[in-house]
Ligand binder design. Structure first.
Ligand code: ARG
Ligand code: ZN
Length: 859
């Protein structure tokens, strides 16, 4: 069934209070739920109370303390006939956490019991109106074996605990803040805590704890520092204070997503908590900091103000992603953070916007909401709110967010409520801007520049391709930070904000004796694609001189993208290829030599545009040609700039390990040096990678060295992989890296390696991290996945079919890789479609996979 945003109705019943009593056991947990139900005056009149369930059996239903027989099942929902307006309902359910391989609801993970309720997991625990606009005060009691479950946690504050009969104990928790069911959490198991505390701006002392399995606690300090920094930052920047006496985090190794913002009890995937220099890369450190902040920030953007329905998901996710991006920028280098965020957007979201699963950040319909936890809702959602900050400035924007939090505290709100609060608080008209919530697709802006006398005229035209269900698009509001550079002085005449809100618009600038160099969409002020009359020479100029670091990066990217797109399309003569390469080589050489650049930023300027982003620039392309041209350029740069790469690797290898920016920059550059040297001089690269691997004191150096060895067919490859596996045996997160490196490798035998790894004793379909480590790395490895004959497609389709009954949520995430058939050559497109058809023909499919496959075939 398709659920439509337009069909929203307020709940018929409210549940002001719920009491839950859990008799815990790994395979038979008894749940007694007591609901205070009250008729909602704003709801439709009915004598029936509908409670959602999923794979639950109802037993022992009572109304106002008496056994009640007037109920029936409607599909998986429990429908109870109720005579009056206010009742107490009692329901008992029995669940098997060990059999719960979907990891939604209450499940077992290595002897631990934990929950994941967003979006619709609570209905797998007990019958309830499992929708985000029903807010209740939760009281939780749990009891269980003391040895198996020494730690008993839930939301809010602990209120009482004690010993029970037969070596059991119990605990009670109370959460004073009304919350929707998706924010409920319970954890029980043998855990140890890293403890600290934080005193809020109004002097509330908050006890902080990060719970992990014994032995992992030494790797939680970075997460704890990140949490404390987040709490302070949200006070300083957004004026948001924490609101309970206790804040707990639990890390579990079996988890579908990254982490979950349950009130006062965040549950995390271990990969976003555990970090130490030996086992975590610099990227892992950043991810931990960002996700800890993200979940903490949800306490206001998500929990205190929650969502009316799941169509509003970007209300909390887009805004919270923006907040975690701003936090991480403040903690490190703002331009480098901006470049990384844009790279993610282009690699993950732009393809979504141009493919069969395209949807607005606020979707109009869905079949399975789990399929809408997407880069569009999250990352484009953040870009849309970021554009509001560009239009208003941060100060006025924060007036808007303060109004939003004041106005809607304790409510289940809508995206419209957010936009209205920004309009009112910041004093801006966002009427047309709202189209960013309504229309899917990435706008394309074409720029024309004319220079007559001393006047420069820019003509900006916007278009947006049709997306499924939206054949015709209306013009968007596109804020473009723009500067015009004087070639002679290398300076610009001041940055201006051009707001394009018509199909086509003209802007004029005075005082230019010569035609200037255009720098547009600086800082990536709008998530659009730009086509502008900037020559290769101008791009080289901007890559060297633009005072906006993002614009420098962008100029470098455009220089390379244009060259590669022409090369891939086969429209390039040998002379043009030589000239294009020379321009790129000169620009890179200048970046390698530029002493004013910090190394983190230098690393960004040296990174070649990704294959997914290159594919976006082409209507239809053979993915192996994209790969071959990109590798060809890399090899040429490796050869041409060889001495510089070698000197860079030497210089950076002398920098001792620390987490400061200079040392991290050095490690990033070592990777870039090896990556460019590998195709140019495999023997030299292998020798250097082996030496770097053997002497590594940290995972960043070790992993990048292993990645390079892995891509080469050299003797050192096997030895290093074996050493890595032995050295980190038992550390699940590092063994995940071992799988990923091989599955994502440029090695020509990657497909054979992956098939063997799927049979490795360490591989399991039960752990989402392990499945992603092997198969997601493979699905995004273009040269392997798209290998001739369609074997890659068949492997991924087989995976989807086998994983679907075990974990539908994770299985559905793999469908989009097969759904990109319109973007590849006809031969491959037919093979990809055939695999989608094969999945569609399976006798049973989850709603998750069914929705994605059907939409992917419709195109
Ligand atoms: N709200 C969580 C976060 O963004 C993610 C929950 C994921 N749930 C899902 N069904 N995929 O922090
Ligand atoms: Zn989130």
């Amino acid at each position: 069934p398709v659920i439509h945003r337009a069909d929203y109705r307020p709940p018929e019943w409210l549940i002001p209070q719920i009491a839950l009593n859990f008799a815990l056991s790994l395979d038979a947990t008894k749940v007694q739920s007591t609901l205070k139900v009250r008729r909602n005056p704003a709801g439709d009149a009915t004598t029936q109370l509908r409670l959602n369930g999923d794979a639950l059996e109802a037993k022992a239903i009572t109304v106002d303390g008496h056994p009640h027989n007037d109920w029936h099942m409607d599909g998986s929902d429990l429908v109870i006939d109720l005579p009056g307006d206010a009742h107490d309902i009692g329901i008992e359910t029995l669940i098997d956490p060990t059999a719960n391989t979907q990891l939604s609801g209450l499940y077992a993970s290595n002897g631990l019991l934990c929950t994941q309720c967003e979006a619709e997991g609570f209905r797998r625990i007990t019958f309830f109106p499992d929708r985000p606009d029903v807010l209740s005060v939760y009281s939780v009691r749990m009891s269980g074996d003391k040895a198996a479950f020494p730690v008993l946690l839930s939301n809010g504050n602990p209120t009482d605990s004690g010993d029970g009969p037969d070596d059991t104990h119990w605990a009670e928790w109370h959460d004073p803040w009304p919350k929707p069911s998706y924010l409920f959490a319970l954890v029980a198991g043998d855990l140890v805590a890293n403890r600290d505390s934080f005193t809020t701006m109004n002097g509330r002392k908050v006890s902080l704890a990060i719970y992990v399995r014994a032995g992992d606690e030494e790797r939680t300090d970075h997460a704890m520092r990140s949490l404390i920094a987040s709490m302070k930052w949200d006070e300083d920047v957004y004026g948001r204070e924490y609101d309970l006496d206790i804040f707990n985090i639990v890390a579990v190794s079996d988890f579908n997503a990254g982490a979950m913002e349950n009130k006062g009890l965040n549950v995390f995937n271990t990969r976003y908590i555990l970090a130490d220099p030996e086992t975590a890369t610099d990227g892992d450190y950043d991810a931990v900091e960002g996700v800890v902040a993200h979940e903490y920030f949800h306490n206001w953007s998500g929990n205190r103000v929650t969502c009316r329905d799941w169509f509003q998901l970007s209300l909390k996710e887009g805004f919270t992603v923006l907040r975690d991006q701003q936090f991480s920028a403040d903690r490190g280098s703002p331009p480098v953070k901006r470049i990384e965020d844009v790279r993610v957007l282009r690699a993950a979201q732009f393809p979504e916007d141009s493919g069969p699963l395209a949807h607005p950040i606020r979707p109009d319909s869905y079949q399975e909401i789990s399929n809408f936890y997407t880069a569009t809702v999250y990352n484009k959602g953040a870009e849309v709110i970021r554009m509001m900050t560009v239009l208003t400035g941060m100060e006025r924007f924060l007036k808007g967010t303060s109004l939003y939090f004041d106005r809607h505290d304790g409510e289940a709100a809508t995206c419209e409520d957010f936009v209205k609060a920004i309009e009112d608080g910041a004093g801006i008209d966002l009427a047309q801007f709202r189209r960013w919530y309504e229309q899917a697709g990435t706008p394309k802006v074409t720029v024309e520049m004319a220079h007559t006398g001393s006047t420069v005229t820019l003509t900006l035209t916007q278009t947006m391709a049709p997306t499924p269900g939206q054949p015709v698009k209306q013009p968007m509001v596109i804020p473009l930070r723009t500067a015009l550079f004087d070639r002679a002085t290398g300076q610009h005449h001041g940055e201006e904000l051009l707001v394009l809100d018509q199909p086509s618009q003209t802007f004029t600038f005075e005082g230019f004796a010569d035609a200037p160099v255009l720098s547009i969409n600086r800082g990536f002020s709008a998530p659009v694609e730009i086509t502008a009359p900037i020559t290769a020479d101008d791009l080289v100029f901007l890559a060297a001189h633009d005072d906006d670091p993002f614009a420098r990066y962008e100029a470098m990217q455009q220089l390379i993208v244009r060259h590669l797109v022409a090369a891939i399309s086969g429209t390039m003569s040998d002379a043009e290829r030589a000239a294009g390469r020379a321009a790129i080589g000169d620009a890179m050489g200048a970046i390698l030599d530029d002493t004013a650049l910090d190394d983190l930023m230098r690393g960004e300027l040296l990174i070649l545009p990704g294959e997914a982003y290159l594919a976006e620039q082409l209507t239809r392309a053979d993915p192996t040609r994209i790969f071959a041209e990109r590798e060809g350029l890399k090899r040429w740069l490796g050869e041409t700039l060889k001495d510089k790469w070698l000197a860079l690797h030497d210089r950076c290898s002398a920098v001792p390990y620390s987490l400061d920016a200079a040392a991290r920059g050095a490690r990033k550059l070592k990777t870039q040096a090896l990556v460019h040297l590998a195709p140019a001089d495999p023997a030299e690269a292998a020798a250097r990678a082996k030496a770097q691997y053997d002497s590594a004191t940290n995972m960043t150096d070790r992993q990048s060295a292993l990645m390079v060895l892995c891509s080469l067919s050299v003797a050192e490859r096997e030895a290093a992989l074996a050493d890595f596996h032995d050295r980190f045996a038992g550390n699940m997160l590092v063994i995940d890296k071992w799988f990923s490196l091989q599955a994502g490798s440029l090695n020509p035998n990657a497909t054979e390696h992956v098939k063997a790894l799927a049979q490795h004793p360490d591989f399991t379909m039960a752990n989402p991290n392990r499945v992603r480590a092997l198969w997601m790395a493979y699905a995004v490895n273009a040269q392997a996945f798209h290998r001739e004959g369609g074997e890659g497609y068949r492997l991924i389709a087989d995976l989807i079919l086998r994983l679907d009954p075990i974990n539908a949520n994770v299985a559905a995430r793999f469908v989009s890789s097969l759904g990109r058939w319109k973007k590849v050559d006809e031969t491959r497109a037919a093979l990809m479609r055939a695999e989608l058809e094969r999945i569609a023909a399976a006798p049973t499919l989850s709603r998750d996979v069914r929705e994605q496959v059907t939409k992917s075939l419709e195109g």
